[in-house]
Structure formats: structure tokens, C-alpha cells
Write a protein that binds this ligand. Structure first.
Ligand SMILES: [Ca+2]
Ligand SMILES: [Ca+2]
Length: 212
């Protein structure tokens, strides 16, 4: 008699509890369904999905534009300065040689955009246009940056160190090469143009020195 009373008591107390559980589950489901149908924040979410790639693209384009500006300026400064170089011009007032004149011109144009310490200026001289491309073996044994007697093999017998570093003399041909390692900041540009985070900007100019 006692056991029967106890079982009835459990049945009576369990029924409201199960009912309340089902009610909470239905209520939660209705809230979720309501959230699913709620489109009031859709514009903000769509903006985020669109804005991130657009900003990513715009920053990449800005960096590419800056790199191209520097590249064009390297080319312009190289052409201008190499034309000065072919006349044997050096900035006597400032005490600059051809290489320093080119460097000063580049710094004037794009100095704030680049690290001038990373800029490399190379000039190789050939006796004439017919010798261009046939650089002769050379070792700068005394490390003075100039071809001295005994440091190169005159393979074409013209008594001139073709392809050696220097600005040559009157009537010689000089190839100027200016390079700058642009450090890439955006992943997009690195993927398209970079190599290990670097985009090498290079400008060339070939001039024939005047018979000064
Ligand atoms: Ca030397
Ligand atoms: Ca030679």
C-alpha cells in the first residue's frame, strides 16, 4: 500500500516536469527560427563579406601603384643622369661623380618612398657598341672598383676592359643598371609579383659617351 502511494507521487511530479521541458524546447526552437528569419542585420553581414576583399584589393593596388611610381622614377632618373654622364658631367659644386649624381637625382624624386641605403647603382663600360654583351673576365684584385692592368683578360684585343665596372671614357658605351629591392607589404602583391617578400625594381640605360 505504501509502495503504490510512492509510485503515484512520482508519476504526478514527473508529468509537469516533462511538459515544462517540451515547452522550453519549443520556445528555444521558435527563437532560433525567429533569428533565422530575421534579416535586419543582413546588410551589415553582407558588407563585411564584401568589404574585406575590397579593402584587401585596394591596399594591394595602392602598394603596386607606389612601387610603379618608384620604378618610373628610377627609370627617369637613370635616363637623365646617364645623359649627364655621357658628357663626362659631374656635379663639381657638390663634388659628385656620375654614380653619386644618379643617386642624388633618385633621392630628389623618390627619396621619401625608399630606403636609399638599399639602392644599387651599377655602371659597366664597353669600348663600343660592338663589344656590348661580351664582358671580359675580370677580378678586382686590389679591390678599388676599377680595372687595373693585369686584372682582366683582353679577349678581343682592343686594349679595353669590356664589361668592367666604370663609366668609361670618351666614345665608350656605358650600361647603367639601377636596382631597388621593394619590400612587399601586402599578401596580394607578394602572390602576384613577389619572391620571398621582395619585388626587385630595375632600370636600365645605355648611353654612348660623347667625345669630350
Ligand atoms: Ca682594380
Ligand atoms: Ca677588351
Amino acid at each position: 500500500m505504501t509502495m503504490s502511494t510512492c509510485r503515484n507521487t512520482q508519476d504526478v511530479s514527473a508529468a509537469p516536469s516533462q511538459s515544462a521541458g517540451r515547452f522550453r524546447a519549443r520556445s528555444r526552437w521558435r527563437r532560433l527560427a525567429g533569428l533565422w528569419r530575421d534579416t535586419s542585420g543582413a546588410t551589415a553581414v553582407e558588407f563585411v563579406f564584401v568589404a574585406i576583399p575590397v579593402i584587401y584589393l585596394m591596399v594591394g593596388i595602392l602598394e603596386f601603384s607606389a612601387a610603379m611610381t618608384v620604378s618610373n622614377s628610377l627609370e627617369a632618373a637613370t635616363n637623365l643622369s646617364s645623359r649627364l654622364g655621357k658628357t663626362g658631367f659631374v656635379d663639381i659644386d657638390e663634388g659628385l661623380d656620375q654614380s653619386e649624381t644618379i643617386r642624388a637625382e633618385i633621392e630628389r624624386r623618390v627619396g621619401p618612398l625608399i630606403d636609399m641605403n638599399k639602392l644599387e647603382i651599377d655602371a659597366k663600360a664597353y669600348a663600343d657598341f660592338g663589344s656590348v654583351g661580351n664582358a671580359e673576365p675580370w677580378n678586382d684584385a686590389n679591390d678599388n672598383g676599377e680595372p687595373d692592368p693585369g686584372e682582366w683578360t683582353d679577349t678581343n684585343g682592343n686594349n679595353f676592359c669590356d664589361g668592367c665596372t666604370g663609366f668609361g671614357g670618351a666614345d665608350n658605351v656605358v650600361i647603367y643598371t639601377i636596382t631597388y629591392p621593394w619590400t612587399i607589404m601586402t599578401p596580394l602583391m607578394n602572390r602576384l609579383l613577389g619572391e620571398d617578400g621582395i619585388f626587385n625594381l630595375t632600370a636600365y640605360s645605355v648611353v654612348k659617351n660623347e667625345p669630350y
